[in-house]
Design a protein. Structure first.
Length: 376
């Protein structure tokens, strides 16, 4: 291993410890508003919520987040890693399955917490019962909505990570573009796409990719199978990858050879609906209003019943986050939200078209971070 010069050593050390101090300082700033509702501490079991406040990924643990500090309780698989990664920014405790909830109670009592919030989303009944049994004398409050609202507005660092993930995905799709030829199967193309993402620096895929040929593209969440591509068929690819914990998401529809009249027509409608929405989206609109920008255009062209899903969703540590861009959603878009816009039209027995971009909501508009071309 090459040795660092003395100046280089001190510079590297300064950057490392300064970065940890800044992360710790920002974590305090971000968490302070959470305690305005007289919640004494939060119990965070959801992996993405732990990742948001800790900056590390683990499959097991509970973060106890209080006004005066935070303690991460995990098992022996992650304790050494967590101590090394978190340093002085967070205390780490090692627990076993038998005393996990007892350790949580010990920490809650140490903080003197009486009103405790928990992220109820995806919390099983058995885990909730274990909380209730261990935390005697403590009042538990659901805080999932508060956490999702807080995470909806992204920091610049989060935005940078999403952009980086998006660039990896776009380069991967560019690499496999030449493989989209008659004879390849959906499963084969999907495998090549996943490999290109991982080889390009992705940690994992954001979700199981959707690769659909021909009539299969009329099913919005089709799972890749052994269908072989034929000339003239639509090719719908919806995928994303993860970088530094953050997801990307994009959809493109192609055609091998000359598309039939129906696919060509709905492609132009979907593309126009997407571009119109991207041009007019801005902070201060409700998610319902954004959805209407695309939906009304598709309806006016006679395909109201062929666009059955929401227009988009927030994206970040999870592939689906607040806000939901859909009919009836009254969430107000704020500066810093990162959302997908993905109109689609699906004709059973013929094929479907969906196009999806990621956009950063800004005060006077939206900044599209998806750069991949949208030619059929």
């Amino acid at each position: 291993m090459p040795r660092l010069s003395k100046n280089r050593f001190f510079y590297t050390s300064f950057v490392f410890f300064t970065g940890h101090f800044i992360d710790f300082f920002l974590s305090i700033c971000y968490t302070m508003p959470m305690f305005e509702k007289n919640i004494d501490a939060y119990l965070l079991l959801e992996p993405s919520n732990r990742r948001y406040f800790l900056g590390i990924d683990t499959s097991f643990g509970c973060l106890v987040l209080a006004k005066t500090g935070k303690v991460f309780i995990t098992d022996s698989r992650y304790s050494a890693y967590a101590e090394e990664a978190l340093g002085d920014t967070c205390e780490v405790m090692t627990a076993t399955g038998e005393n996990f909830y007892k350790q949580i109670a010990v920490v809650v009592n140490r903080f003197g917490a009486v009103k405790v919030g928990f992220d109820e989303n995806n919390l099983t009944v058995s885990k909730y019962d274990a909380f209730k049994k261990a935390l005697k004398g403590v009042s538990l409050f659901k805080c999932g909505a508060d956490l999702t609202t807080k995470r909806a507005v992204k920091t610049q660092s989060e935005i940078d990570n999403i952009i980086e993930a998006q660039r990896i995905a776009e380069k991967a799709l560019k690499k496999v573009e030449g493989m989209i030829k008659a004879g390849i199967t959906e499963r084969e193309l999907c495998a090549e796409l996943v490999f290109a993402c991982l080889a390009g620096g992705a940690e994992r895929m954001s979700f199981e990719p959707i690769v659909a040929f021909g009539a299969n593209s009329a099913h919005p969440h089709h799972r890749p199978g052994d269908k072989r591509l034929e000339k003239g068929e639509a090719v719908l690819i919806d995928f994303g990858c993860v970088r530094n914990g953050y997801c990307s998401d994009m959809t493109r529809t192609f055609c091998v050879g000359e598309p039939n009249h129906d696919i060509k027509r709905i492609y132009e409608i979907v593309k126009t609906a997407l571009e119109y929405t991207l041009k007019h989206i801005k902070a201060g609109m409700t998610a319902h209003e954004v959805d209407s920008l695309a939906r009304e255009y598709i309806r006016s062209n006679g395909y109201e019943n062929e666009f059955g899903h929401s227009l988009g969703h927030g994206v970040g540590l999870d592939i689906h986050e607040t806000p939901r861009i859909g009919v009836g959603s009254q969430t107000m878009l704020e500066e810093g939200m990162v959302v997908t816009i993905e109109p689609g039209i699906y004709l059973n027995g013929i094929g479907g078209v969906r196009l999806e971009d990621i956009v950063i909501v800004e005060r006077d508009g939206g900044r599209v971070i998806t750069e991949y071309q949208k030619d059929l």
